[in-house]
Design a protein around this ligand. Structure first.
Ligand SMILES: C[S@@+](CC[C@H](N)C(=O)[O-])C[C@H]1O[C@@H](n2cnc3c(N)ncnc32)[C@H](O)[C@@H]1O
Length: 179
């Protein structure tokens, strides 16, 4: 399997000790479609002290460099955090999840025998997987994950926004692992 590290390395290499915090969980984004969501997620990851993010990226949102319009968006929405996160591209998510040594947690909607987030116990090195905005995580990937996780919903809207879901799950995961 090929993994390509896209950015962040240089920034991390600047020995900003505070950037080296490891808050214990790993994140895999499955095929995000909206660049703004990726910027929001970068900001959230950075705030929670997580400086690595795996991404299956067929839409090629993560690039070594961007044009003016995207760069502006990127700086504004991520507040610069985009440059502080190592995005590691994963070509084959099925293989990646299959060979991940620790627990793999799919965040999924519908009735898939999920555990509610408020009952879930995270452990260090859990891989938290978030799906695409339109289609979520495909069933063949969900099937091979160790656990399924659902943020309890009360309204009529089908789901949370991807960036919001990442924020809610990470807040709880980091809180549990750090305490
Ligand atoms: C906009 S949702 C995808 C909706 C898609 N129609 C589906 O059925 O999965 C994008 C991603 O946000 C996360 N997500 C959104 N709401 C969630 C919830 N209530 N519980 C867990 N994850 C959620 C999941 O990772 C989901 O794949």
């Amino acid at each position: 399997m090929r993994e390509t590290k896209v950015r962040g390395t240089k920034v991390r290499g600047k020995v900003r000790g505070d950037l080296m915090i490891d808050n214990g969980v790993e994140v895999l984004l499955y095929s995000p479609k909206d660049f703004r969501n990726v910027c929001v997620i970068a900001r959230t990851l950075e705030v929670f002290g997580i400086h690595r993010c795996y991404v299956y990226d067929p839409n090629d949102l993560i690039r070594p460099s961007y044009g003016k319009r995207y760069s502006r968006k990127l700086r504004k929405i991520s507040s610069g955090a985009f440059f502080l996160v190592d995005f590691i591209k994963v070509d084959d998510p099925l293989e990646f999840i299959g060979r991940y040594k620790k627990r793999t947690i799919a965040t999924v909607l519908g009735n898939k025998k999920q555990v509610f987030l408020d009952k879930f116990r995270f452990v260090k090195s859990d891989l938290l997987i978030f799906g695409s905005e339109a289609t979520g995580i495909p069933d063949d990937l969900v099937k091979i994950c160790d656990k399924r996780l659902l943020i309890r919903q009360f309204g009529k809207t089908q789901s949370l926004n991807l960036g919001m879901a990442v924020g809610i799950v990470l807040y709880e995961a980091v809180k549990q692992i750090k305490s």
